[in-house]
Design a protein around this ligand. Structure first.
Ligand code: TXA
Ligand code: MG
Length: 319
């Protein structure tokens, strides 16, 4: 299959409208979209990504007002979060409306909904004129793509269309908040951190590995975000290994000369923006180990830490 690269939202949306796939930019990471109401198209996403079929997909919408058409009801807490953070890097999990097929939600009665803030995503989704199911546009298990070139690296010849945009501003996937229970609970950390959510809904529960988080968010069972190189949190007291290594963080490592590639970020937001891109660059250069400075555990730092730790998990859990 030849992959069409285009900067035209209308051209990319035409693929979705005729039941084909198209990758598109958002402010978090690039997504791989299909008409969420077309079961055949949705199934194709799982095939192309090599994605486990028990991992539900997020439904993307052009406008906050469209959310009501794909969910049973918007709880009070969910409504407050929508007013504060939508459009933006936030996914809300709500009871799904019957029009959303079980194939999208991997058999769950809930659906994750997101309205991206990215202007190109907005124009593309408006032109699609329907809800678009989309996971991140990488091969399953690989780091999410933050550039159209990374999408092409993973999916060239496998997807009919890639809508080219700029580099994703955030660089990590959206915060996922389950709003189906009596108090909202974070299922996946992202740019909208616990503190920000709590300024609007004080009862929001932090993510935890206990309390049914992996049961409620099946995607968390699977290994994610991992480059070929082994990923580790940087320990300044440990010796630099003999293998070719890379380092990323906001301050310089000790024995900097021992690293083949060193990336010093301006601050934690920049660190988040760079992480997945850096993982891919390290793989292209054949680096064997990537050391990541431990980020602060609050704000987007919590999301960064989550991605770094999960990228370092053993491959046996790969999904
Ligand atoms: O920023 C993002 O969220 C990007 C862009 C493209 O929007 N999308 C993305 O999709 O990261 P994906 O499929 O790679 O990750 C979706 C996450 C998974 O952890 C999945 O388990 C969870 O959201 N999720 C989706 N629907 C859910 C549901 N109904 N209940 C619980 N978790 C859900
Ligand atoms: Mg993903």
């Amino acid at each position: 299959m030849r992959t069409t690269l285009t900067s035209s939202c209308e051209e990319a949306a035409a693929f979705i409208r005729r039941g084909e796939l198209a990758a598109f930019p958002t402010e978090t990471v690039y997504g791989l979209g299909a008409d969420a109401l077309d079961v055949t198209a949705v199934k194709r996403i799982f095939e192309v990504k090599g994605r486990p079929t028990d991992n539900p997909m997020i439904v993307h919408l052009a406008n906050a007002d469209d959310i009501q058409s794909v969910v049973r009801e918007i709880s009070r807490a969910a409504g407050l979060l929508v007013s504060a953070f939508v459009p933006g890097p936030l996914t809300l999990v709500l009871e799904k409306a019957s029009i959303i097929p079980m194939e999208v939600t991997a058999g769950l009665t809930t659906v994750g909904v997101r309205v991206p803030a990215h202007p190109v995503a907005h124009e593309f989704l408006s032109a699609c004129g329907r809800p678009v199911a989309a996971p991140s546009a990488n091969r399953s298990g690989a780091p999410s793509p933050t550039t159209w070139e990374s999408v092409r690296e993973d999916l060239d010849g496998l997807v009919p269309c890639i809508l080219k945009g700029d580099r994703s501003a955030v660089g990590l996937e959206s915060t996922v908040v389950d709003c189906t229970g009596s108090t909202p609970m974070i299922l996946r950390e992202g740019a909208i951190g616990l503190d920000m959510l709590r300024t609007i809904v004080p009862g929001v529960q932090p993510s935890s590995t206990s309390g049914g988080r992996t049961e409620r968010s099946p995607g968390l069972r699977h290994r994610h975000y991992a480059p070929e190189a082994r990923v580790r949190l940087y320990d300044p007291d440990a010796p630099v290994p003999a293998e070719s290594s890379a380092y990323i963080g906001v301050s310089r490592p000790l024995a900097e000369a021992g690293f083949e590639i060193v990336m010093i970020c301006r601050d934690v937001d920049h660190y988040a923006h760079e992480l997945f891109h850096f993982f891919r660059e390290c793989d292209r250069k054949g680096v064997r180990r990537i050391y990541c400075q431990r980020p602060p555990a609050s704000g987007i730092g919590a999301a960064l830490l989550d991605r770094i730790v999960r990228a370092g998990e053993p491959a046996s859990r790969k999904g």
